[in-house]
Design a protein around this ligand. Sequence first.
Ligand code: ARG
Length: 598
Amino acid sequence: MSDLKRGLSEAVGAAFASLGLPAELGRVTVSDRPDLADFQCNGALAAAKQARRNPREVATEVARALEADPRLASVEVAGPGFINLKVSEAALSQRAAEIAEDPRAGASNVADPRRVLVDYGGPNVAKPMHVGHLRASIIGESVKRLYRFRGDEVIGDAHFGDWGLQMGLVIGAVMDERPEIRDRVEALNARGSQPSPEEEAEAFALFSVVSLEDLDRLYPAAAARNKTDADYRGRARRITAELQAKKPGYHLLWRHFAKVTQVALARDFHALGVDFDLWKGESDVDELIEPMVAELDAKGLLVEDQGARIVRVSRQGDKRELPPLLVVSSEGSAMYGTTDLATILDRRRSFDPHLMLYVVDQRQADHFEIVFRAAYLAGYAAEGSLEHIGFGTMNGTDGKPFKTREGGVLKLHDLIEMTRAKARERLHEAGLGEELSPELFEDTAHKVAVAALKFADLQNFRGTSYVFDLDRFSSFEGKTGPYLLYQAVRVKSLLAKAAEQSAEPGPVAVAEPAERELALLLDAFDAALAEAYDKKAPHFIAEHAYRLAQAFSKFYAACPILTAEPAVRGSRLTLAVTMLRQLELALSLLGFEAPEKM
Ligand code: ARG
């Protein structure tokens, strides 16, 4: 089963070849003048240039060779030599029927499935989430779902940030605030041997007074002091190094922090429809670091530099000098890049992915370039198998990365709450407060909120930054997530009404312009998914979903369904059922779902 675009590209290619011209020039695209044609091919212009001929003449000959194709209602030459193709009603109806029978609504699978690891989300212990993490979660989840849907074996890993300097900072800050914890941690540290299970349990009971709110409160102050106070910074670095050396007191306190953070984050992520297969963290590769450093050294890649150990990664021909990978700091700590390099080794051993995608803020582009080069130099990954999928920022109206009204970092939990409150408001405006039971109302508000947030993010190319505008994102009209849900709900209620009247879907016969447009969009689904997949860019799916919803809306206005005579009604119901299936698939790939009513 192939979509019309591909099928017609082959036919036009064959027509070019029959004239002794390169077949690849036969590639067709969706017409930019839908009033004139469904598809177009501009290859005659390039062909004429190569063969030093008149482009209109070449186009006319290709058009003649295509005349016998039963799929085409008309082939016309326009302008300087464009070939305009209009698909026949029969061919379009047949294609629509094929999609209608397909549980995947026309979506194909990749020819060679791969093992793909998606590293996304990247939340940190103790440090609050910022908008970069939100975008990483939304985009990464969509990429993961798309790759899986198209047949790859995919693992999503949160790559929890739990091993850096922030740990030394919060451990120090908690000990300053709570003498009883400080004493216990120091006593455990002094012993050097591992605590017994009973001692562990006792220590955890003592630590349990430290909540996520405490960490959220203490970290910003500690981070600020770290910037100005050299002694404070020195202590944080020492604690971090000793934590990494598994000093028992620090290590136990750290385990408490990691646990508290992860539980809360997993709950908030789940509410957003973001679920990781792995919650591995930087700390999980700790054991691999020592042998890795030895190996890098043995390979002659490690260089001493002012007490630190680095790998130089700059290459001849670089437009600007890339800094080296800092592997071991002068205090003996593993750095952010060190854990990333070791994580590549860990993933190779456990899953051996063909491809690792890092969905992380664009501002970390250099970091990843450095890590990837080091990995290639060390032979830890095949050249090109590591890819940074960068994205722009979500900004406030001031054009800077979004902050809360108080100027603080946005917490995922608060963002969801705020969006939900807005969704409730919208649903009340739409009169659903009375119509839905309280539970259903809440569930619907949640779905509307998630759709609003995610679609606002995914509708633009990921590299683009955008302004956070909750009012606009949550509107039921315009290019928004809730608009898409609303269209899905309209189809659902149409189908429910049809079922009440025992009106059944029947064979598809596409005739009216609005039916044609809808059928052509149904056909374009697979190409949109393929493009999103190749470019790791979910906005192609978002765009398709939006255009599909619009085409349905037009069709619904132009073509009576339940009042049409049975054959026409059956055909239109099939189009509606198929549109709904495809739209719901697209939404699920974006990471949200439609309610039953809204
Ligand atoms: N925790 C990091 C941060 O907050 C993001 C982690 C991204 N993934 C990675 N493998 N480095 O910036």
